[in-house]
Design a protein around this ligand. Structure first.
Ligand SMILES: Cc1ncc(COP(=O)(O)O)c(C=O)c1O
Length: 331
């Protein structure tokens, strides 16, 4: 399993300024840290969680869907691991997907265009790692054609994208996978969920007590209205920060920046990203070397957007000016 994120040191999290992991640029809201403190104060870890009814009701209320359609998992990754075989995946895409077959998105100028091809398709919307989105019209058209769709909306609560969650009421052939690890910036809390008529089948393959009592307590007691407001704020924040960064970005070398609607940007640099990372880590930063994504190579970097993006740009420019003579160019 290859993913972003700096390695822990002697059992303690690394305090590097990490641009390699995709989280909500707004960070964690105060109402969530209060609930985390309560969970510890009430020692909820001394109890087994129950059958997750309240958690499912809360998630259903946040998205205004039937609680019967909700499945809960130890992160979106658990739901992904439980999917049946026979899935077609457009690349580049999230590395954890089970792939029976693949096809490639079309690269058009600075955009990756993802289409829904084949009978059973799994895709991320917005896409990881490119930040591309797919329209609701295209999704509805594929569903009407009888295709089976699994749409991973893990970044949809914090991105400018139209969610397909409401379509689960009308169509039997769609399953949404999502998570709170990204939108609340809590990858260590591990709460993923599915929305769709096949959620129950997927849950029947999972182990009991897969969501621990701390995550269960927090997300069962969070106020759905607070969450909706926070997600709306997050979407606007991502949108504004993305346009600000796109306007102000200035690298001192030729590069390609892809169009993104998500809180991260995919770049193609004229040097290998692992060499850049060796330099950045010494300065306390890190970006995602995107070479492990199918269809990309070691010259691609995925960089999360954050308030202090400019500082990172300055370090990347410094890296370039210091190492210019030894870097191998491909653009
Ligand atoms: C598209 C996508 N889906 C799912 C996940 C995993 O989510 P979780 O932390 O809930 O397992 C990731 C993590 O990077 C992701 O990029």
């Amino acid at each position: 399993m290859i993913h972003g994120g700096a390695k822990w040191i002697n059992g303690k999290p690394n305090t590097i300024d990490d641009f390699s992991i995709n989280l909500n640029p707004l960070g964690m809201p105060d109402f969530l840290s209060d609930l985390i403190s309560d969970a510890i104060k009430y020692k909820v870890y001394q109890y087994y969680p129950d059958n997750y009814t309240k958690l499912k009701e809360n998630i259903a209320e946040i998205y205004d869907v039937n609680p019967e359609y909700i499945g809960v998992f130890n992160g979106a990754t658990e739901a992904i691991r439980l999917l049946d075989k026979g899935i077609n995946v457009p690349e580049p895409n999230f590395s954890e997907y089970p792939r029976t077959s693949i096809y490639f998105a079309e690269e058009n100028g600075n955009s990756f265009i993802y289409r829904i091809l084949g009978k059973k398709v799994l895709l991320s919307n917005p896409n990881n790692p490119t930040g591309s989105t797919i329209s609701l019209e295209e999704i509805v058209s594929a569903l009407n054609d009888g295709k089976e769709l699994i749409i991973d909306e893990s970044f949809s609560d914090i991105s400018a994208v139209s969610s397909a969650k409401k379509l689960v009421e009308e169509f039997n052939n769609i399953l949404i996978i999502s998570t709170f690890t990204k939108s609340f910036s809590v990858p260590g809390l591990r709460l993923g969920f599915t929305i769709g008529k096949s959620s129950k089948v997927l849950e029947s393959k999972a182990i009991p007590w897969r969501v621990n009592s701390i995550a269960y307590y927090i997300f069962s007691n969070v106020n759905p209205n607070d969450v909706r407001i926070f997600f709306n704020e997050s979407k606007s924040y991502t949108k504004n920060l993305l346009s600000e960064i796109k306007l102000s970005i200035k690298f001192d070398f030729n590069y390609k920046m892809y169009n993104s609607n998500a809180p991260y940007l995919l770049f193609k640099f004229p040097f290998k990203v692992n060499i850049l990372n060796d330099y950045l880590v010494k300065k306390g930063f890190m970006v995602r070397d995107a070479s492990s994504f199918v269809g990309l190579n070691s010259y691609y970097a995925r960089i999360s957007i954050k308030r202090n993006f400019k500082t990172l740009i300055n370090y990347i420019n410094k890296f370039y000016s210091t190492n210019q003579s030894i870097l191998k160019f491909i653009i």
